[in-house]
Design a protein around this ligand. Structure first.
Ligand code: GLU
Ligand code: MG
Length: 448
């Protein structure tokens, strides 16, 4: 039988690849990597590639936060997960692998985001639960003309005019995602000019996060090849609608493989506990799921992005939405959607924080307040209090404060990692928190 390692080598040889990228997603949610030549790949697959530990403490403009204790000294190995090998449809003769960071003594590194999610998944398994998830990204597509971004369309939401304008790109994008094993669910032009949404099928949590990395890489890679620019930044311009990356989750019985969130009357008791946990911890969770200063330009009332801690059935202003079910597939399709998530968040950390919050609700048997069936910004103070509706943090600084005060989310991420995370994110707040909105948006536009 061919081993997983031999199978990667065979694919590299048979397709005449020259280079294979060893990728990781860092604290600032920049996807980075080092590249092995095809010639030395067999060795590299076994020994990994060295990476300075200080890379964990770098912010989104590459400023190291060395006072965390992570600077120029110390190394981990980038060790690839062989299942994640793909041939890149957007770069010549190249492949990629997603890596874990491993200590030199071969122990998993506690500051590796992918390892942090794996630990959370293992805890859920101990409780008999497997989590399925899907990220649902929105993005902006256009051209840059003399430093000015020009959207690919100026069409209406869901319009066929928007579909036609973006058709060549979307076709290439779908082909490229499919060639890497991702299943496309739906596509449509979104509200903003040049804004589009293409969603992919749910998967077990680790695969869902890996898929989101592949998605982002492919989106920007295909756009670059076609002379276009794509941005997943939460608020690419103060005047335009924001790009969400809603996160759908469901909980499955690890033995019987049934959906534990499903019930005849909407959401099971376990689903309700999960929602209650989410709502309780949401102010701290958004420090991770809405991870940039730019995120909070999106999280505004009346923009369908959610701005309050509340839940509701089919309520697109609620932070936690229970979507309608697929006819004939009611049980399988029962899930909750977290709207206060965007693509400036590291998907491994975002999933960890969301799952930790929900699982705490299950452990503590928390009951959610009444669901909200209207716009939460219009509720009276008395109603808001009764339904537990609170404004989400208004900026990254407030969110980081909530994270510092939430021992459940801190513990899930690991205290040592949280120390680094806070330092990196506080440095971004210092840098961009008070910048002019246009300038702040421009910096994020280019990076996500
Ligand atoms: N663009 C909105 C957001 O920022 C979401 C619109 C929708 O419901 O799809 O989350
Ligand atoms: Mg949308």
């Amino acid at each position: 039988m061919t081993s997983a390692l031999d199978s990667v080598i065979d694919q590299v040889d048979n397709n005449n690849l020259n280079l294979v990228r060893f990728l990781f997603c860092d604290t600032a949610n920049i996807i980075r990597g080092k590249t092995s030549s095809a010639k030395t790949l067999r060795n590299r697959l076994q020994t990994g590639i060295g990476l300075v530990k200080g890379s964990v403490a770098v912010n989104l403009i590459d400023e190291p936060q060395s006072d965390t204790g992570y600077g120029a000294t110390g190394e981990v190995r980038l060790v690839p997960d062989l299942k994640t090998f793909h041939i890149l449809p957007y770069a010549p003769a190249s492949g990629m692998l997603i890596c874990d960071m491993v200590e030199l003594n071969k122990e998993p590194w506690a500051l590796c985001p992918r390892t942090i999610l794996k630990r959370m998944i293992a805890r859920c398994l101990e409780a008999g639960v497997k989590v399925k998830a899907a990220f649902e990204p929105e993005f902006l597509l256009g051209k840059v003309d003399v430093d000015q971004f020009v959207p690919i369309d100026r069409s209406n939401c869901f319009s066929t005019e928007g579909m036609n304008r973006a058709a060549n790109f979307i076709n290439e994008f779908v082909t490229a995602l499919s060639s890497q094993g991702l299943t496309i669910e739906q596509y449509y032009p979104e509200l903003g000019h040049g804004q589009h949404e293409l969603s992919i099928r749910h998967a077990y949590a680790l695969d869902a996060a890996d898929n989101h990395i592949i998605y982002r890489e492919t989106l920007r890679g295909v756009a670059t090849r076609m002379g276009l620019v794509a941005s997943l930044a939460p608020k690419p311009s103060p005047e335009w609608p924001g790009n969400g990356c809603h996160l759908h989750l469901s909980l499955w019985d690890a033995n019987s493989n049934t959906n534990l969130m499903a019930s005849e009357d909407g959401l099971s008791q376990m689903g309700r506990y999960f929602v209650a946990g989410l709502l309780k911890h949401l102010p701290a969770v958004v420090a991770v799921t809405c991870a940039s200063t730019n995120s909070y330009k999106r999280l505004l009332p009346k923009s369908w992005s959610s701005a309050y801690t509340c839940w509701g059935y089919e309520n697109r202003e609620a932070a936690v939405r229970v979507p309608s079910l697929y006819w004939g597939h009611e049980a399988e399709s029962t899930n909750v959607e977290v709207k206060c998530v965007d693509s400036s968040s590291n998907p491994y950390l975002a999933l960890t924080a969301v799952i930790a919050a929900g699982m705490d609700g299950i452990a503590e048997k928390l009951e959610p307040p009444e669901p909200v069936s209207s716009d939460p910004s219009q509720l009276s103070d008395e109603e808001s209090a009764r339904k537990g509706v609170r404004r989400l943090p208004r900026n990254l600084s407030e969110a980081l404060e909530a994270l510092e005060g939430d021992s459940v989310i801190r513990e899930a991420l690991g205290e040592e990692y949280v120390k680094v995370y806070l330092a990196v994110k506080k440095s971004e707040w210092q840098r961009f928190g008070k910048l002019h909105a246009e300038e702040e948006a421009r910096i994020h536009f280019l990076r996500y």
